[in-house]
Design a protein around this ligand. Structure first.
Ligand code: ADP
Length: 445
């Protein structure tokens, strides 16, 4: 079936050509541009079929778009450059007008030998040939004329430019996508490297903390035990040395318990028994356990109001939280001072429990890291203060398990104030006991 536009006279053609170049430049997409090229020709010249071939990377012309017949993915129309009429126009960079395919050696038929007339033009951009365009008229349609060649060649120039633009556009889009992919890969890699660096830092601080915290009491135990074994001491001194060994062993076991506890919290191996917990007596018990070791150095103050709403939590774990915070408050105020435990109702159905001290404080650049496992602040002020670097990590893990949050303010040389928010205890009365309900009965009708 011939695609025949209404016949136009020469004066129309300039206007048409102008319109055609407008249509061609419109789309940055390769497929849409090829489509536009074929439709543009349809506007100016009658034909049966039109085919657009592009030169691929191994120098073959492959059909990429067609009008007047269906293309399927397995279309055999592939010509080496130089072969067939479409290959000839590419290698000669000049249009070819075939009046009668029966009598032209350049013609290679794919769809039977129906006599036809062909008009093929190369698609050139500067020195480069992108491909060719081939129009066919089958007998009995009149063959193409010489004047048609000029017309189609003119359109082919604009078409080639539009195709080149679309190709560059697609290339740019593909490059942009690739760049985005690479950027993503790069950030993934950066994140991994940062993670590794973090692990490396943690590993180094674990090794240094563990070796220091284990070595000191172990050396004590070894030394005192050797002296007792070698009989270098006697009487009362033996008891003192045995007591030193005992203290060092307690320190070691506290250290190991701390690490195991941190590990359990970190792995989520902690089951909470949630119930109503009153904070004032809890704070009392914790502060009382520090009384012997702080006598004469620290003032321990319980500022938790007696009528404070209770919290919902696991009493043992809440004690552990308060114990760790008070222990740090005492430990990191080597010059003494007040250690105050306080609490108040907070917004959102929470209760805030705080521990304030007047100790050495935490340097600003370490503040973001104190909840990391095994992180310890290393300053001249902390030298000589022992710890495993897991206390706050345990506290944070337990607070999270309670659905709470933890924050602190600290100023070097002035002290620290840690605040834990915990859910308030809400009392739900048990459902009323109605006893056994009577069997349902219906009125008989
Ligand atoms: P540890 O006390 O065993 O080192 P923590 O996890 O309890 O480990 O604390 C981490 C670090 O935070 C401590 O090494 C210490 O430097 C700092 N820190 C914690 N609490 C306080 C505090 N109340 N005052 C000053 N520094 C503190």
């Amino acid at each position: 079936m011939a695609i025949l536009p209404p016949p136009r006279d020469d004066s129309d053609q300039l206007e048409l050509l102008h319109g055609v170049s407008g249509v061609l430049g419109a789309s940055p997409d390769m497929d849409a541009t090829m489509d536009a090229v074929l439709r543009a020709i349809m506007l100016v010249l009658p034909f049966d079929t039109a085919s657009l071939f592009l030169v691929d990377h191994d120098g073959h012309l492959r059909i990429c778009a067609a009008l007047g017949y269906e293309l399927d993915g397995r279309d055999p129309r592939v010509f080496p450059v130089g072969s067939g009429v479409v290959g000839w126009v590419v290698s000669n960079r000049t249009p070819a007008l075939v009046l009668d395919s029966e009598h032209d050696g350049r013609f290679e038929a794919f769809d039977g030998r129906t006599p036809r007339s062909l008009l093929a033009v190369p698609l050139c951009v500067g020195e480069r040939v992108l491909g060719s365009l081939c129009l066919v008229r089958r007998v009995p349609a009149p063959p193409f004329a010489e004047a048609d060649t000029t017309l189609v060649a003119t359109i082919a120039n604009s078409a080639a430019l539009a195709l080149e633009n679309a190709r560059l556009h697609e290339q740019e889009r593909a490059l942009r996508l690739r760049l985005e992919e690479l950027n993503q890969l790069y950030s993934q890699e950066r994140r991994l490297v940062e993670q590794l660096e973090r692990h490396d830092r943690v590993y180094s601080s674990v090794v240094s903390t563990v070796s220091h915290e284990l070595r000191t009491p172990l050396m004590g135990i070894q030394g005192f035990a050797r002296m007792i074994r070698d009989g270098d001491i006697e009487g009362e001194e033996v008891r003192d040395f045995a007591s030193e060994i005992h203290d060092n062993a307690v320190r070691l076991s506290r250290y190991v318990c701390g690490i195991l506890s941190e590990d359990a919290v970190e792995r989520g191996n902690v089951n909470l028994e949630l119930r109503e917990v009153r904070l004032r007596p809890l704070a009392d018990r914790v502060l009382r356990s520090f009384a012997p070791m702080t006598r004469g150095t620290h003032q321990l103050v319980n500022d938790v109001p007696a009528d404070l709403p209770s919290v919902r939590g696991d009493a043992d774990r809440l004690t552990q939280i308060a114990f760790n915070l008070v222990s740090n408050a005492v430990k990191y105020s080597p010059m003494g001072g007040q250690v105050r435990v306080w609490a108040r109702p907070a917004e959102g159905g929470k209760v805030e429990l705080g521990v304030d001290d007047e100790g050495i404080g935490i340097p600003v650049d370490s503040q973001s890291r104190v909840f990391e496992r095994f992180y310890r602040v290393a300053t001249p002020e902390t030298r000589g203060i022992t710890g495993a670097g897991v206390g706050l990590s345990i506290v944070k893990g337990l607070v999270d398990l309670h659905g709470g949050s933890i924050a602190f303010d600290s100023e070097q040389g002035r002290g620290s104030s840690f605040r834990v928010r915990l859910p308030q205890w809400v009392y739900f009365p048990p459902a009323a006991d109605y006893g056994e309900l009577p069997a349902l009965s219906r009125l008989s009708r």
